[in-house]
Design a protein around this ligand. Structure first.
Ligand code: COA
Length: 535
């Protein structure tokens, strides 16, 4: 038992400043979450309720087991775009009839629940999560189909949704559609491709073309009920397996379907877990505002891992990267956490070796980011920093144990890649409100751009324009700063959500639970590969 001993002094002015800054950032994030929760706004929510319908979040709540948590994914999708925050769909992981499921629910109060380019990306991400973690998918359908003005962005890529549903089914991952309202045109293939379909009487409308389109196409005068009503599909077409009396009945039927899926989770069950010895509340005061000063990630681990118990590996070698073993909610994890920002050759080799060790023991990996990237400079280039960074990136790319990433602070340059950034397919990636991610820091990027433009002007024999250069630097700096912030990155689906630091342990526990629906297996230690390379 090797418990971390915290040296965080919560009575210092630094702690108070850090905490205030984190709370201010968190308040901004919460205000944006509130927009997603508000759906299409009061007017449309009230109209929806007047029609006797439940909102998508009410549907999700009633579908889940009593008091079961819901790990909402990508709630800020679409932030900073022309489309509403949340992208007119709610996605997440929750427990239904004792089974972990991915839930995808259209929000019919936002532009009729129509799918815009961000909706499509958000749904694809939810399908990827279902695929990787072998989780059944439940679609709560009520949507105006494609957002017509943006059809060019979604029509062609959007077909993937129906492909994904049937591929999930082929992989033995059940898919369920509960249809509460419109599911027109392409949308009709959501129930069409699902293994189990429930439709709500007098409400579900599922047709390839509605009455006006049919009239235009063939001249036939048709009514909605005969074209695609729930009763018709339950009794005539056979598209519906169950006719629900109302929304509550549909949710009840959905829960019964899941109960009969005969799901057997074959992954390891978690060990009994003790909570951390230090207060999670204190996670608010660890990361310095502006990220100019390094912080010790052990202070974070002491408030996240079971019993604050952490066995560090190679503590005296490559000390800018902390590596070691812990458990979170009873699940074992190998941790890689940046300590002093820069990754040198030693840190890179240490990471590559540690990732192999985790693969040898089938242990999932947790990456805690606060890095400005790999070290540059003549000495480092001559010392082989590219080769060593490549070892780390190689190891992270070919590792087969599940990876979880949390951006606590900076995540710049190739350091973002080596620490399992989005492109390296971590099973889940979340950001704290203090996170920043870009190709490099805004000041450095503006400075590099200025030096390059200056050299280009000189090469062409043009005079150097100092005022123009200063204006360019300022403009680029503020643009890159804005584009590095978590709201912006989360809006573009580059993470699965921005989380309250105090929720880190809970969020990671839910992710690890999802990951363990099947056995965790590392790469290449089945007698056919090499042993762990000592670096
Ligand atoms: N694309 C873009 N905007 C859409 C939309 C779509 N597919 N469907 C609905 N909207 C907009 C509406 O224009 C309306 O905007 P407004 O309030 O600013 O005027 C808002 O969403 C709400 O729509 P409304 O028709 O008032 O809602 P409703 O609940 O009464 O009806 C639908 C919802 C989905 C039944 C109805 O809007 C509809 O039939 N939409 C078109 C469906 C379709 O044919 N889609 C093509 C699929 S490929």
């Amino acid at each position: 038992m090797t418990a971390l001993r915290s040296t965080l002094d919560t009575s210092t002015p630094e702690y108070a400043t850090n905490r205030d800054a984190m709370l201010a950032k968190l308040a901004e994030v919460e205000a944006e979450h509130a927009k997603a929760v508000g759906g299409g706004g009061e007017k449309y929510v009230a109209r929806h309720h007047r029609r006797g319908k439940l909102t998508v979040r009410e549907r999700v709540e009633l579908l889940l087991d009593a008091d079961a948590p819901f790990l909402e994914l990508s709630p800020l999708a679409g932030w900073g775009s022309d489309y509403p925050v949340g992208a007119s769909v709610v996605t997440g992981i929750g427990v239904v009839s004792g089974v972990q499921c991915v839930i995808i629910g259209n929000d019919p109060t936002v532009r009729g629940g129509a799918s815009n380019p961000w909706t499509v990306r958000k749904i694809f991400r939810a399908c990827d999560i279902a695929w990787e973690n072998h989780l059944p998918v439940i679609n709560l359908v009520e949507s105006g189909g494609a957002d017509l003005p943006s059809q060019k962005e979604i029509f062609i890529p959007g077909g993937r949704l129906f492909r994904d549903l049937t591929r999930l089914s082929a992989a033995g991952i059940p898919t369920i559609a509960l249809v509460f309202g419109n599911s027109t045109a392409g949308g009709a293939y959501v129930p069409g491709m699902s293994d189990h379909v429930v439709m709500v009487e007098d409400a579900a409308k599922v047709f390839l073309g509605g009455p006006p389109l049919v009239k235009m196409a063939t001249g036939e005068e048709a009514d909605e009920e005969s074209l695609g009503g729930a009763a018709m599909h339950a009794r005539r077409s056979g598209l519906a397996d169950h006719l629900a009396r109302d929304e509550y009945d549909a949710l009840r039927l959905g829960r019964r379907i899941v109960a009969r899926l005969n799901r057997r989770e074959t992954g390891t069950a978690p060990a009994v877990a003790a909570p951390p010895r230090y207060d999670e509340e204190e996670l608010l005061g660890i990361v310095p505002d502006g990220l100019k000063v390094p912080f010790d990630p052990r202070e974070v681990l002491a408030r996240v891992v079971d019993d604050s118990d952490f066995d560090e590996v190679k503590p005296d070698y490559g000390a800018s990267l902390v590596t070691g073993w812990a458990r979170i909610h009873g699940y074992p994890v190998g941790v890689l956490a940046n300590a002093r920002g820069v990754l040198f050759s030693e840190e890179s080799q240490k990471a590559a070796q540690f990732i192999q060790l985790a693969n040898q023991t089938d242990t999932p990996l947790l990456f805690l980011h606060n890095t400005t990237g790999y070290m540059v400079g003549t000495d480092y280039e001559q010392g082989g920093i590219i080769k060593h960074g490549a070892m780390m990136i190689n190891a992270v790319s070919n590792s087969r144990v599940p990876h979880l990433s949390v951006l606590l602070g900076a995540s710049y340059g190739a350091g973002h890649y080596g620490m399992c950034g989005r492109a390296y397919d971590p099973r889940f990636l979340f950001a704290w409100p203090s996170a920043k991610s870009a190709v490099m820091g805004p000041q450095q990027l503006a400075g590099v751009l200025s030096l390059v433009s200056r050299a280009a002007a000189e090469a062409k024999g043009k005079p150097y324009d100092a005022d123009g250069d200063a204006a360019l630097r300022a403009a680029v700096e503020s643009q890159v700063e804005a584009e590095s912030l978590p709201l912006f990155l989360s809006g573009r689906l580059y993470d699965d959500g921005v989380i309250d630091p105090r929720d880190t342990r809970t969020v990671l526990g839910l992710c690890l639970s999802a990951v363990h629906t099947r056995p965790v297996r590392g790469a290449g230690f089945d007698g056919t590969g090499f042993g762990v390379f000592r670096m």
